[in-house]
Design a protein. Structure first.
Length: 403
């Protein structure tokens, strides 16, 4: 039985890990059990807090020390300089003994040494850039890549004369509704049932607030400060972030002593939505969130109106640029963090929830922004580099999947 060896590489953040897992899930389903191939999927690098998640999805994990490329002066650059060469040394041995057919990289800290070694061993490199402005790792590795997949159309300008395909951002299979990947179809009954799962009134609108996988203190502070006002118009689902949860809970417990029961009943907060994230999206009427690529394409998949607060110090201002492109599509309202003032946000939320036609138009625009079959497209290309052609004669993958 022939082996398919595919290496996955990425920085240890949710923005890197979740798309890698989404692609890995599709690789497994597309390769199947009757193909005559044995699949060996591995992740090299530092997965941060996602090591268990990687293993749970059938991917073998091998640690390689991570170093970060900074374009500004920092004493940490001196430490990471030595880490970089340690990572090269580790990668030489690990890549040699695994010898993948292809490597798929999401970029991020720690990826570059592994990709240099893969290039040395003539392993084909395929990368995916989630943001509208690429990070330094992908700008460099793009020059070595056989294929570059992009989430945003505007990112094309950063990779001139390269083999590029815009596919959107892979969405995890556990968020997909039904068997298709052409965008979620949510009925009124689905929405009401999801609201009931959180103990909410199915007839009252839900505001889903998220600061991304790590949470956002400024968004948490906004919710805590305005919880009574928000609870008049909305039932609020709030992802606080794992690292912020204990401190936030202390503040809320103190505040809640003076809150009336209707306010407390209309507000639920969690450190992180893991198993119930799909339900949170389905229940939501409006979403207030950061502007990470993963969040934007999940909003697009579920067709949800939103207000985005881009992280201002993200590398290359990529969240700001992500939000601008999404706003230009008509799917969201972009509020820069410097303008993230309570009265402004509250007015926007109250205006939106009172205008059903505006919400409907935003929802339609969000759905149109979504690019279906992102995971399948990337997975099929990776398998083709391994000798398994899922769609003969390079048949258009989207057409084949729709049959």
């Amino acid at each position: 039985m022939k082996k398919i060896r595919i290496l996955l590489v990425g920085g240890g953040s949710g923005g890197h890990i979740y798309p890698l897992i989404a692609v890995a899930q599709k690789i497994m389903s597309l390769s199947g059990t009757d193909s005559g191939y044995h699949l060996d999927l591995r992740y090299f690098g530092d997965a941060g807090g996602y090591e268990d998640l990687i293993k749970e999805n059938g991917i073998k994990y091998s640690y390689i020390v991570s170093s970060k490329l900074r374009r500004y002066f920092s004493f940490e650059n001196f430490v990471d300089f030595f880490k970089f060469f340690i990572a090269i040394f580790q990668s030489l041995f690990k890549v040699f003994f695994f010898m993948p057919s292809v490597v798929f990289s999401k970029g991020g800290p720690g990826s570059l040494p592994i990709l240099f070694v893969c290039k040395f061993f003539a392993v084909p490199i395929i990368i995916h850039e989630s943001d509208s402005a690429p990070g330094l790792t992908n700008l460099i590795s793009g020059k070595m890549s056989k294929k570059i997949f992009l989430a945003f159309e505007s990112a094309k300008q950063y990779f001139p004369n390269r083999n590029i395909e815009v596919v959107g951002n892979p969405v995890r299979s556990e968020l997909i509704i039904g068997k298709g990947d052409s965008g979620a179809v949510i009925t009124d009954a689905d929405k009401k049932e999801a609201k009931k799962q959180f103990g909410f009134d199915p007839e009252k609108p839900v505001l889903f607030v998220s600061g991304g996988s790590q949470g956002a203190v400024i968004i948490n502070d906004f919710v805590l400060k305005n919880i009574e006002t928000l609870s008049v118009k909305f039932q609020v689902l709030h992802q606080v972030g794992p690292s912020n949860f204990d401190e936030y809970k202390k503040d809320y417990d103190f505040l809640s002593k003076t809150l009336p029961d209707p306010v407390k009943n209309n507000y639920k907060f969690y450190p992180y939505f893991e198993n119930n994230l799909k339900s949170a999206y389905i229940a939501a009427d409006i979403i207030l969130a950061r502007a990470g690529a993963g969040t934007i394409f999940e909003l697009a998949y579920f067709g949800k109106p939103s207000i985005l607060i881009p992280l201002p110090d993200a590398a290359n201002d990529h969240q700001v640029l992500n939000a601008i492109e999404f706003e230009e599509s008509g799917a969201t309202i972009d509020i820069e963090q410097e303008n993230f003032l309570s009265h402004l946000v509250l007015v926007q939320l109250e205006t939106l929830i009172s205008k059903a036609e505006v919400l409907k138009a935003m929802s339609k625009s969000a759905s149109a922004f979504y690019r279906p079959f992102s995971s399948e497209t990337v997975a099929a290309h990776l398998l083709s580099f391994s000798g398994l052609n899922i769609y003969p004669n390079n048949a258009p993958i989207k057409e084949a999947l729709l049959k």
